[in-house]
Design a protein around this ligand. Structure first.
Ligand code: GLN
Length: 251
């Protein structure tokens, strides 16, 4: 039994669309493999010890919540950069994703500082990009898989030239409703606009994060996790994918 240590940033502020459900999925899928997920909520003014976590998770939130946490997140920037340099994995959703970039100019025109963990920046647009979305990812060369979720954001995220998106938009708006890409990936840091929560209907991504976290905890390469009978998850994915094709935004 291995204890996988998770730092959950600002659960009281960044948790819309049941984003905390992602933690529940990680906990259950770890348990089903005989491991334990040890989650530490880290809020405003609370320190983050770089080497003590295998996975960092941050959810989404409205502009007003992002205003409340942005300055505090910047004070944690060095620790987060050090944690990532040490091999910790990161999953950031929507508002949390935006603040991992260099900054977010919100609907009021206020510039919220980001921590520059991801090569991107975001500016809010007038029309919100809302709806079911489906993207195609290739996190391992030659292995294409889809992610299905729900997006609702004013932010238009621009990746730097050469930056790696998380995936290609099959249905929905994605980063900016124009580029045809969604999210961003830099090593073990993943940012996405996909809520839902994301992981219940995309168990392969949950397992990818757990394997990376175990690699950080135990050393070596991410282990191959024992497959689980994901019938319900597969069905949830199919339903969400069909909804995305039927209702997702059109670029
Ligand atoms: N407030 C940000 C935006 O509107 C993020 C929203 C969210 O987390 N769903 O773009």
């Amino acid at each position: 039994m291995t204890a996988i240590r998770v730092a959950h940033l600002y659960p009281e502020y960044l948790n819309i669309y049941a984003d905390r459900g992602n933690i529940a999925v990680l906990a259950r899928r770890a348990e089903w493999r005989g491991h334990e997920l040890r989650v530490t909520p880290i809020g405003l003014g609370e320190p983050l010890a770089p080497g003590e976590y295998d996975l960092v998770y941050v959810g989404g939130g409205q502009d007003r919540e992002q205003v409340l946490v942005a300055a505090d997140l910047v004070r944690k920037a060095d620790a987060l950069h050090e944690a990532v340099a040490g091999g910790a994995a990161v999953l950031a959703v929507c508002g949390g994703y935006q603040l991992l970039g260099r900054g977010y100019r919100d609907l009021q025109g206020e510039d919220l500082p980001g921590i520059g963990l991801l090569p991107l920046e975001t500016v809010a647009g007038q029309r919100r990009l809302i709806g079911d979305a489906l993207i195609e990812c290739e996190l391992e060369p030659g292995v294409r898989r889809t992610l299905a979720g729900f997006e609702n954001h004013a932010g238009r995220t621009r990746l730097d030239p050469g930056a790696e998106p998380l995936g290609r938009v099959l249905a929905g708006f994605g980063n900016d409703g124009e580029s045809g890409f969604e999210g961003c990936r830099a090593g073990r840091v993943i940012g996405t606009y996909l809520h839902g929560p994301l992981l219940p209907r995309n168990p392969w991504l949950a397992d990818t994060l757990l394997a990376q976290a175990l690699a950080h905890r135990l050393g070596g390469e991410p282990p191959q996790l024992e497959p689980l009978p994901d019938e319900l998850e597969r069905l949830a994915h199919e339903v969400a994918a069909a909804r995305a094709y039927a209702r997702g935004g059109r670029r």
